[in-house]
Design a protein around this ligand. Structure first.
Ligand SMILES: *Cc1c(COP(=O)(O)O)cnc(C)c1O
Length: 351
């Protein structure tokens, strides 16, 4: 029943977000949220912002938030663009920088929104097979492309590449925009932000959703040459000028200013990841080297779907994909130490 639907929507194959349960208390390790609360300063800023000023539209240019991000990263404010989550920033970027004449390229296993945007915006892509160890096929992403999209670290593998590899991609694709999606960069990888002044074709995308524990606020940002930032503005102002609301702007600004809290929670996630990786290995799992807040794991005998369902029955949600290339794998978000203890106990019972 798709009567009245536009042709574009009839043909769309949308992204499938991870489950957000509403009923029973479950241990949620399926959508890479932070297990710790946001900075108390962010929560206070949101409370303070909940006043009569909400009758007014927010600042469409997000000046205060861009200023804080620019200062922290050593950029100019005109090199920063903010919007309603990095998914929206990415959607704007696909429209701002890519044309259907030339294929854009990204690895065969990566964030599943990239192929969705490609189709939805009428673009064409080439999905380059991964190396056998699930590392990114960098050589094959180089040269003669209409654009490159690289999640670094990659999702759902968790594997990061070094900056010299990002630089190689930038040099090999001088006439195309290279989008580096750094949603997980704060959990151990090197950011490409420092390359922005040397590469006019580099767009770095980050988010407050993971390392700043603000997935519910919906704030993401892009950093790059002023020319690229202008193009993103052009897309935004052709759709919706006010993509970041007043409360989100206040909360995200305070969260980014609270460097100490940020360092504490990201370090906690990293130290939990280290022991959890070891525990998985002791139980017979292969674990890819992760620089993120999740682990991508495969058991020697048990299939991914079987474990997914077994864990669900015990009140633990993890993420699984039916794609034949990764159907034996599970992506497990790093929770608190207690949550991970519960996961390990549940696995002991299942295995
Ligand atoms: C979580 C995630 C995003 C989306 O983040 P939002 O800012 O919450 O929209 C983007 N890219 C990757 C690779 C992610 O895992």
């Amino acid at each position: 029943m798709k009567e009245f639907w536009s042709k574009r929507i009839r043909d769309a194959v949308p992204y499938v977000p991870g489950e957000q349960p509403t009923g029973r208390q479950l241990i949620k390790l399926n959508t890479n949220e932070c297990p710790y609360p946001p900075s108390p300063k962010a929560l206070e800023a949101i409370r303070q912002g909940a006043n009569a000023s909400l009758r007014l539209y927010p600042d469409p240019e997000c000046q205060a938030l861009r200023q804080i991000i620019a200062r922290r990263e050593g950029l100019g404010k005109e090199q920063v663009f903010c919007s309603n989550g990095s998914d929206e920033v990415l959607a704007f970027a696909f429209q701002a920088f890519f044309d259907p004449e030339q294929e854009i390229v990204f690895p065969r296993i990566t964030y599943s929104f990239y192929p969705v945007y490609t189709t939805y915006f009428g673009l064409r892509c080439r999905q380059v097979p991964m190396n056998p160890d699930f590392s990114d096929p960098i050589e094959l992403l180089c040269g003669a492309n209409g654009g490159v999209v690289l999640a670094n670290p990659n999702a759902p593998t968790g594997i990061a590449v070094e900056l010299k590899v990002v630089e190689k991609l930038l040099n090999a694709n001088p006439h195309a925009v290279v989008i580096v999606d750094e949603a997980y960069v704060d959990f151990g990888a090197a950011s490409a932000v420092g390359l922005i002044d040397r590469y006019p074709n580099l767009l770095v995308v980050q988010t407050a959703s993971k390392s700043r524990a603000l997935a519910g606020l919906r704030v993401g940002w892009a950093m790059g040459n002023e020319n690229l930032i202008q193009a993103l503005r052009c897309v935004r102002d052709s759709i919706n000028s006010y993509t970041v609301d007043r409360l989100a702007m206040a909360g995200a600004t305070a969260a980014i200013e609270d460097e100490e809290y940020f360092q504490t929670i990201r370090q906690k996630v990293i130290s939990t990841r280290i022991w959890v990786e070891q525990s998985f290995k002791e139980k017979g799992f292969t674990v890819l080297p992760s620089q993120t807040n999740f682990l991508f794991v495969k058991h020697v005998r048990r299939g991914g779907k079987e474990l997914l369902e077994g864990l669900r029955a015990k009140g633990i949600l993890v993420r699984w994909w039916s794609d034949p290339l990764i159907k034996d794998w599970l992506r497990v978000t790093i929770g608190t130490d207690q949550e991970m203890d519960a996961l390990m106990n549940a696995l002991d019972e299942l295995l």
